[in-house]
Design a protein around this ligand. Sequence first.
Ligand code: THU
Length: 138
Amino acid sequence: MSDDSDRDELVVAARRAADNAYAHYSGLRVGAALAFADGTVVTGTNVENASYGLSLCAETAAVAKAMDDGHRGGLERVAVFADTAEPVTPCGRCRQVLHELAALGGTDPLVWCANGSDAFAIRLSELLPHAFGPQTLG
Ligand code: THU
């Protein structure tokens, strides 16, 4: 399978996940999809809360699902989708949350940032250089 079809498949999974968003307050429906070395894809969506600050981002929800499924590393690719003017990039907290899971397996996942018409890919290490993580604590 080519890199492009990998991307398309993962971006489609993220877009589909966004359909389940609980974006009651912001109206911004975000989806995330995580692709693992074993072929598994785990998706997540944003889950907002009346206490706004408690809202969960799509990427964080996906990481929680993946870890609940037993994943500890093996994170190879990520896609995040929202119907925004520019392709959406993971927020700072989500970069940190993704880094924890990736670092457990020593990978530097390619992160596809997408909207309805465009997508670009960037390494997690470029989104979060000099990251604090489990390797920092030893
Ligand atoms: N959001 C995500 O799900 N992921 C991000 O990386 C950025 C922001 C969500 C949080 C909130 O529900 C909505 O987008 C508006 O900020």
